[in-house]
Design a protein around this ligand. Structure first.
Ligand SMILES: Nc1nc2c(ncn2[C@@H]2O[C@H](COP(=O)(O)OP(=O)(O)OP(=O)(O)O)[C@@H](O)[C@H]2O)c(=O)[nH]1
Ligand SMILES: [Mg+2]
Length: 215
């Protein structure tokens, strides 16, 4: 899909690589979330499969190599479990090495229900080369689900080096950002926030309950 805009910028939907952010401490889960099984399949496998239907390639990013991963691995360039922004930085740097790529999409390993049309809708919101698009639901933003200009890698690297909080939102304030609102997902029970994320063992139990009512 091509998205021509009034500004003349065209984002080639067919040339967007995807990166799964799978690093961090998993301190609330107590073990590596990427390897946690939901209805018999790991969160990492589920998210890779879901993303691979929307992008030209899928790579896995973390600060250390995950167990059992058959996709290209992209290590954090900024060391020390610096947080999700370190993963987004590694994703931008990865995209910048690929031919004709202007934007890279990131998703979080702990959100197994993210939208099937995530990349289409984020891409539709990009109308200049420097624009970032991030997902929102119910008025809350989910910046780990973002479409990022690969040209921002150096800017993000220097920002991480100078900012103590390393909050994604603080970085976004410095840039041109489109927020893309996604609807709640109907199930046979109530409405599911597609960005529900599995941070704790209780969240995992809740995710198992959602699995039983997905349509
Ligand atoms: N590459 C990379 N990804 C990270 C890092 N920290 C967090 N993430 C990813 O960012 C996303 C959101 O992470 P959180 O759920 O907020 O935190 P977490 O570190 O995974 O877990 P907690 O320790 O329980 O907060 C997940 O996809 C994580 O895998 C990091 O230092 N490097
Ligand atoms: Mg989380």
């Amino acid at each position: 899909m091509v998205n021509p805009t009034a500004s003349g910028f065209t984002l080639e939907r067919s040339n967007i690589p995807g990166v799964v952010l799978a690093g961090g401490r998993s301190s609330r889960m107590g073990r590596d979330k990427a390897g946690v099984a939901l209805s018999g399949r790991t969160l990492l496998d589920r998210v890779i499969e879901q993303l691979s239907q929307q992008v030209i390639s899928v790579a896995v990013n973390a600060d250390t190599v995950p167990d059992r991963c058959d996709r290209p691995f992209i290590p954090d360039i900024i060391p020390g479990k610096a947080g999700p922004m370190a993963g987004i930085h590694a994703a931008m740097a990865h995209g910048a090495r690929l031919p004709r790529v202007t934007h890279v999409v990131t998703v979080s390993v702990d959100s197994p229900f993210f939208p099937h049309d995530l990349v289409d809708w984020l891409a539709a919101a990009i109308d200049t080369p420097a624009k970032i698009a991030i997902a929102t639901s119910e008025g809350r933003s989910h910046p780990v689900f973002g479409l990022w200009p690969v040209a921002l890698a150096n800017d993000l690297e220097s920002w991480i080096a100078t900012d103590e909080k390393r909050s994604v939102r603080d970085f976004l304030l410095r840039h041109d950002v489109a927020e893309v609102a996604f609807p709640l997902r109907p199930t046979r029970a109530s409405l599911l926030d597609p960005f529900f994320n599995v941070n704790t063992p209780d969240d995992l139990a809740e995710a198992e309950r959602w699995m039983k009512v997905l349509t």
